[in-house]
Design a protein around this ligand. Structure first.
Ligand SMILES: [Zn+2]
Length: 271
């Protein structure tokens, strides 16, 4: 299955360990009989990338709006420059998340691109300000960093919140989606399967964390060493954040607790 009608992908030149092949910038054209388009996630501050987006938008009748999934630099950094090039307003969940925002979007807010409806869905977890955008006529979800076409999604406290993330995944599972278009990696043609896998993966990780505490109090680093033994050590700092996200969720649920010894070393234990 290709991209939905009128949707184009412009890959930003910012590949890395965390961004995969780079940020996917999406352009949604208004469709038959209408001019105009919107862009989702302008991506990094890269002159060539932003000029290309502006030219493509111009050729489709002009840019109506710049939509931001969340305020991480690989998504939003180029927003102000693209606004300068096109005159289009920047729309995001909050100015705390994206200081560049000209106007804010509410949960379930619907706006029109020509005859097409796009619905903003507040889906926190990866970050507090995260929005997904649903292109209703295509059943297409522009998922930002809530899911990824490659690699995994990082839930790093304090910005990331695992309980909120799980709730956002379950919310998406309730939608009739035909395709997910993530900000990193290829499109996902079986949305339900992927979302169920994501939920199962986090549940398995939670079980590993609880098992890792069963023999007595341990540090986060010791948990990382046992749970991520077969993972590239370059990813261990991120793994520590991810396990911390699990521990904070479990702490809030009253299932684990932490204690510090005389040297200030923090250890987690079952509650
Ligand atoms: Zn992000």
């Amino acid at each position: 299955m290709g991209l939905p009608n009128g949707v184009e992908l412009i890959l930003a030149p910012n590949p890395s360990l965390l961004t995969g092949p780079g940020t996917n910038t999406y352009l949604i054209a208004a469709g038959e009989g209408h001019g105009g388009c919107v862009v989702i996630d302008p991506g990094p501050e890269d002159a060539g990338h932003l000029t290309k987006i502006a030219e493509m938008a111009e050729a489709r009748g002009g840019l109506n709006a710049i939509l931001i999934t969340h305020g991480h630099p690989d998504h939003v950094e180029g927003a102000a420059r693209l606004r300068e090039l096109t005159g289009a307003p920047v729309l995001a969940w909050s100015r705390a998340g994206s200081p560049q925002a000209d106007a804010l979007l509410a949960d379930e807010q619907v706006f029109l691109i020509g005859g097409r409806q796009v619905r903003a869905l507040h889906t926190p977890g990866h970050r507090f300000d995260h929005l997904c955008f649903l292109l209703e006529d295509a059943g297409a979800l522009f998922a930002g960093d809530l899911v990824a076409g490659v690699g995994t999604v990082v839930i790093a406290p304090p910005e990331g919140d695992l309980a909120e993330y799980m709730a956002s995944l379950r919310r998406l599972l309730a939608l009739e989606l035909r395709v997910i278009l993530p900000a990193h990696g290829p499109q996902i043609d079986e949305p339900r399967t992927l979302l169920e896998q994501y939920i199962a993966h986090r549940n398995e990780r939670e079980a590993q964390v609880l098992a890792g505490l069963a023999a007595g109090p341990v540090t986060v680093d010791a948990l990382v060493a046992s749970i991520y033994a077969d993972v590239d050590p370059r990813l261990h700092p991120m793994a520590a954040l991810s396990l911390t996200a699990h521990l904070l969720k479990l702490e809030r649920e009253g299932r684990v607790a932490r204690e510090a010894d005389a040297t200030g070393t923090e250890r987690w234990r079952l509650a």
